[in-house]
Ligand binder design. Structure first.
Ligand code: MSP
Length: 539
């Protein structure tokens, strides 16, 4: 049974900035680790949308394979029922909750995927890239997996070997499988990496892949005949396709491969595949080799993020450290959640989550530096000018420093977030600017200037408040990709919607053009952007 299609189309024909996340296994519910990549992709795509580009953001779910089949069996339902339930009850609602603006959601059980996957592998088979071979090796029934001899534990007798996980004897199994001639692609891949030094990032990930491929590649077993929850091989239906070979193709099947040539030309090759570092080889070795074999262009970049760690280990459901994102958003809110992980952990390295660090950043950066600035400025425009933004008629060097600071922050954030995927660096640049504006207000002391009722005094006061409000206008635009809700509230409180239009339509190219917010705009004191946190809930 195929799941309902979810596929939206676009009118645009310009070549797209196409970003993907890994498609997540639906054997369990999402945890912080999954949300980390998806939020990063969302910030990247929202940034590029504000660059005025034609952006397409894809996420989805990986639904075949033994892991899912067994979970379904253990829960007394069919694999498809299990997947439908998890996708609808856990995965899609989480992305909605976290404000993820994906354009499409692909499920590998959808017919738009499975039909194309069959055509793709048939094509490789026809081209002689796939051959039938045998595989024999120690097999653990508990794991349903071939083991490597080196990982086995000694058993009771000299001949007996134990599975390291189940501690039970493994069996010797021989099976007929189909193989993809991956070994033939080593030299071609190395040439490709050399010609495209930015293909894999960060540098540590690139080096790891180079070392791996330089050692020589083995052909890849791409079929399984011991279970049937997968895409059948069109030429031999006793076999289903190895789940990874099926899953990787989501990036092209969702883009219209084999179904909509115009759309495919617009989207493919992908601009960025975001992946966790544990699945780098699949994306930077196997996937490019499959595409080369099919004669298709290769993605432009594969960017690997590090792991979120708990107690020094990768956070995961299987070791019971998988924290649900909603455990944090219920306390800190969605915007702060989106902000925290990207700000606190340099993208590409591992990082630990700590409640204390999150609380500290929330309070000092979001509530004090940013939230207070927004509410103070709105309150002063209300108090001294009855909410009508005054014009800046007496600008001097202090104001010029704010104008220059904005130009610097915008350029740096655009380079770091938009190009380098250095989210922490880009957000830091924007917050440097927020700090600069706070410093400007502290120095200019508008609350004191307000007492000077001379024309000059009032002109200074007007100039200071205009400068601060205009700086907030730009801050809302720059932070919108990271924190769309708080930025939207700020936009509303500045009355910017009426004069400048929707926040999401503001471009990065014009963000530093000083003076966009017109004088006379109605500024209102909106909601507090980052309210004081409640006590930490008892764990
Ligand atoms: N289904 C495959 C991906 C197929 S893509 C064609 C898969 N799924 S997964 O659900 O197990 O993992 C998806 C992603 O989540 C991986 O990129 C993985 O690195 C990431 N994470 C899982 N735990 C993580 C952390 N603790 N920290 C950061 N990311 C981690 O693999």
């Amino acid at each position: 049974m195929a799941a309902t299609e979810d596929h939206t189309t676009t009118e645009a024909t310009r070549s797209a900035y196409y970003v993907t996340t890994p498609i997540y296994y639906v054997n369990d519910r999402p945890h912080l680790g999954h949300a980390y990549t998806t939020v990063a992709g969302d910030v990247l795509t929202r940034w590029h949308r504000q660059r005025g580009e034609n952006v397409w953001y894809l996420t989805g779910t990986d639904e075949h394979g033994q892991k899912i089949m067994r979970t379904a069996e253990a829960n007394g339902v069919t694999p498809q029922e299990w997947c439908d339930k998890l996708v609808e009850e856990a995965w899609k609602p989480l992305w909605q909750h976290l404000n993820i603006a994906n354009d499409d959601f692909i499920r590998t059980t959808q017919q738009r995927h499975t039909d194309r996957v069959q055509e793709f592998v048939q094509d490789l088979h026809d081209k002689g890239e796939i051959y039938k071979g045998g595989y024999s090796g120690p097999y653990c029934v508990g794991c349903e997996e071939y083991k490597l001899p080196g990982e086995l534990l000694p058993g009771a007798t000299e001949d007996e070997k134990l599975c390291p996980i189940h501690k039970r004897p493994v069996e010797w199994l021989e099976e007929e499988n189909y193989f993809f001639r991956l070994s033939a692609y080593g030299p071609k891949l190395l040439d490709f990496y050399a010609a495209n030094p930015d293909f894999i990032a960060p540098a540590s990930a690139r080096n790891e892949v180079l070392r791996f491929v330089e050692q020589g590649l083995q052909d890849l077993s791409i079929s399984r005949s011991t279970f049937n929850w997968g895409v059948p091989l069109p030429w031999d239906e006793k076999h289903v396709l190895y789940v990874w070979v099926d899953a990787l193709q989501n990036y092209i099947t969702a883009a219209g491969y084999g179904a909509d040539p115009e759309r495919f030309a617009e989207l493919w090759p992908a601009s960025v595949h975001l992946v966790g570092k544990d699945i780098l080889r699949f994306h930077a070795v196997i996937w490019p080799a499959m595409l080369m074999a099919a004669g298709l262009p290769l993605p432009k970049r594969v960017v690997a993020n590090g792991w979120l760690m708990v107690g020094g280990e990768k956070m995961s459901k299987s070791n019971l450290t998988g924290i649900s994102p909603t455990d944090l958003t219920s306390h800190f809110g969605v915007d702060a959640y989106r902000y925290y992980f990207l700000r606190a952990i340099p993208f590409g390295t591992d990082g630990s989550f700590s409640w204390e660090d999150f609380t500290a950043r929330y309070t000092s950066e979001l509530a004090n530096d940013f939230g207070n600035l927004a509410s103070r400025v709105a309150a002063m425009v209300g108090k001294y000018f009855e909410g009508a933004l005054p014009a800046a008629t007496a600008a001097g060097p202090a104001e010029q420093a704010v104008v220059d600071g904005l130009a610097r922050a915008a350029a740096e954030a655009d380079r770091k977030i938009g190009e380098e995927l250095d989210f922490a660096g880009g957000i830091a640049a924007i917050f440097e600017f927020v700090k600069l504006v706070n410093g400007y207000l502290t120095e200019q002391e508008p609350w004191k200037v307000a007492k000077d009722t001379s024309e000059e005094g009032q002109a200074r006061l007007a100039t200071i408040l205009y400068t601060a409000a205009e700086a907030l206008r730009a801050t809302a635009v720059l932070l919108n990709p990271v924190m769309p809700t708080a930025s939207g509230k700020l936009w509303e409180s500045l009355g910017a919607q009426d004069s400048l239009g929707a926040l999401a339509d503001q471009t990065i190219a014009t963000v530093a053009d000083w003076g966009r917010l017109p004088a006379g705009t109605t500024v209102t004191k909106g909601d507090i952007l980052f309210p004081r946190l409640e006590e930490k809930p008892a764990s």
